[in-house]
Design a protein around this ligand. Sequence first.
Ligand code: THG
Length: 368
Amino acid sequence: MFQVFPTARLRPSPFFNSVMAEGCTSASIYNRMILPASFGDKEKEYWDLINGVVMWDVGVERQVQLEGPDASKLAQILSPRDLSKCKIGQGKYVPMCNHDGILINDPIMLKLRDDLYWFSIADSDIWFWARAIAAERGLNVTISEPDVSPLAVQGPKAPAVVSSIFGDWVHDLKYFWFSETEINGIPVAVQRSGWSKQGGFEIYLQDGTRGDELWSIVKEAGQPYAIGNGGPTSPERTESGLVSCGSDSDDTTNPFEVRLGKYIDLDVADDVVGIKALRLIKAQGPKRHQLGLALEGNIADPLSFHWEDILVDGKKVGDMTQCVWSPRLKRNIGYALISCSCKVGDSVTLLRSAGREIKASLVDLPFL
Ligand code: THG
């Protein structure tokens, strides 16, 4: 049996023991933590998400906390989305860019107080980044990692499970809004969020010593709904058109290229990191865009490693950044990061592993 030795460099989530006891069979690494991927039956895990309810250890969605008199100021400086109307108790999806307007992370930001924010980050080191920016700007703010670990409950039956634990008020939570509460004395925040389009919540555990307890509470409340195990599901997120920053993007990708332009407010103040570059990129017009790929062939043929070339007339026009078998569409689907000269409806050639050429057509996102 393969064993993982959690160390300072590979932190176990508070749910790690529960996850192992449930029979986790595969995982990946994200934010220097273990992200459970499967418990042995990916097909079941997918259909549980689509038709029922699943629980996922997403402790890898680590929090970068900004606290202090300049917390609001720094939050806005870090994000080219206008946060001026964000209320306490509200969350927002906020792409983060570097000074060149390149996408470096796409956190969900939670505003807990006027002087307290969490950035629930994707896979890159934002603590360093936030501290460097705060120091350079002379801001009065403390950046730390709080003891916070999200547990996702996703799927059409998630509201029934989560309301049976916390009460009917969870039905009234608006998208990305959250509320701090407790269950059996375990402090949590409950948010209407999660990395799927099947609906659901994330329960942010605020005491890492009580992960197994919270896991059991959710598992038990989920029994009447046959709650399943799993992890963020590639086929569902691809069908749904969700972006995976760092997978669908690289260190040349700006947010407009991966359909995140709607979260960029070009008239935020000039001191927002990257805003000048983003205005320029916008003014010059996009060079690449993200489209869907519908591949020929009827056997599962996932992306073998990282990106694969997309060709037209033998010339490279873009990259296939994601490819999975879609159980609902019953074909391989993917994402193209491709020249704007290529449009929906065009057919392209994919250069796949072992030199195989596969035909695909460009389609609108999301697929479903
Ligand atoms: N939950 C929490 N933290 C996270 C993630 C999460 N941190 C890392 C990663 N996921 C961040 N990335 C995303 C990407 C997309 C969405 C959420 C987090 C998302 N997008 C919707 C969409 O694109 O349709 C809606 C965005 C909107 O309209 O505001 O949900 O999952 N805690």
